[in-house]
Design a binder for this molecule. Structure first.
Ligand code: PMM
Length: 298
């Protein structure tokens, strides 16, 4: 596989959740053939990586054991890699990651950024594979109470810097690391918008940045009906595409999305227009932040 971490163009990661309860595509791909078929379609639609997860990280979700998680993801990883599809495993368990790498996964996508399992750094170091370190403060059941920050961007940046330092101290090579702000993980809608508006401050860490906004509930809240009913998950695609283009234009390395075709098409338009970059002067970033705090939609 070419070196994805150093890829210059935006990387599109397609989501393949093999869980019975994932919030957006829950249960639909639990059957092996259906999951493999969907993974191949994601690749054909333009996904550089298909991200396979066996445990729901939905806020409030119950945990499953490692054996169940492995049973869900390993057959799908084996079949997809045999079909030539590049795969990442979405897990925060070292045991599952290790088995997934043996089964053919090329990347570990760890929503806990190494915090959930102290053995993860060893697994990643020995495999010399890319490791997505997402910003995380606790398992799904607890994350709502953990959404308190002094300045969400500065705090997420500092906590990601700690995760990077821990990984490097464990012997993981710097050029294997990718960071992710972890939208929706111990974050309110206002936190997610502020992180989106101030991505350059996270890019300043000097690592490739993965952005995962696809279909998340803060988009449902933004697009809520007049009576406050959130926009249903399946109707958040245009908003997802907008987040993808804006994140990439701000300098993100990649985006993690459910509808790969829609985002790949939008990124093709962005590339054909000369891959324009957003340049947000600091005073404008501050204004965006203030607007969010006062509920102004820009
Ligand atoms: N979000 C989810 C799961 N895994 N991984 C990364 N790196 N970044 C994310 O934002 C992220 C993730 C939750 O969303 P899903 O249920 O649609 O997979």
């Amino acid at each position: 596989m070419t070196d994805l971490v150093r890829a210059s163009g935006p990387v599109v990661m397609g989501v393949l959740n093999v869980t019975p309860d994932s919030f957006s595509d829950g249960g639909r791909y639990a059957d092996l053939d259906a999951a493999v078929g969907h993974g191949v379609r994601l690749r054909d639609a333009g996904a550089h990586l298909v991200d396979i997860g066996g445990e729901s990280t939905r806020p409030g979700a119950e945990r499953i054991d490692a054996a169940t998680e492995a049973e869900r993801v390993l057959p799908v990883i084996r079949e997809l890699t045999a079909a030539g599809v590049a795969v990442s495993v979405d897990t925060s368990r070292a045991r599952v990651a290790e088995a997934a790498l043996v089964a053919g996964a090329a990347v570990v996508n760890d929503v806990s950024g190494g915090l959930a399992d102290p053995d993860m750094a060893r697994v990643v170091r020995d495999a010399h594979c890319p490791w997505v370190l997402m910003h995380w403060r606790g398992h799904s059941r607890a994350m709502r109470e953990l959404a308190t920050y002094t300045d969400v961007v500065a705090d997420v940046r500092a906590e990601l810097a700690q995760r990077i330092d821990t990984a490097l101290a464990a012997g993981v090579a710097a050029d294997r690391l990718i960071v992710d702000p972890g939208l929706g993980f111990a974050k309110t809608a206002a936190h997610n918008w502020e992180l989106s508006a101030r991505l350059p401050e996270l890019l300043d860490l000097g690592y490739p940045l993965l952005f995962g906004a696809s279909r998340k509930s803060y988009l449902g809240g933004l697009l809520a009906a007049a009576d406050g009913t959130p926009r249903p998950t399946a109707q958040r695609e245009a908003a997802t595409v907008a987040t993808s283009v804006l994140a990439v234009a701000a300098g993100a390395w990649g985006v993690r999305v459910h509808d790969v075709q829609a985002t790949a098409d939008a990124l093709a338009v962005w590339a054909a227009t000369g891959s324009p970059r957003l340049a947000v002067p600091p005073h404008d970033r501050k204004r965006t932040q203030d607007d969010h705090e006062h509920g102004v939609r820009r």
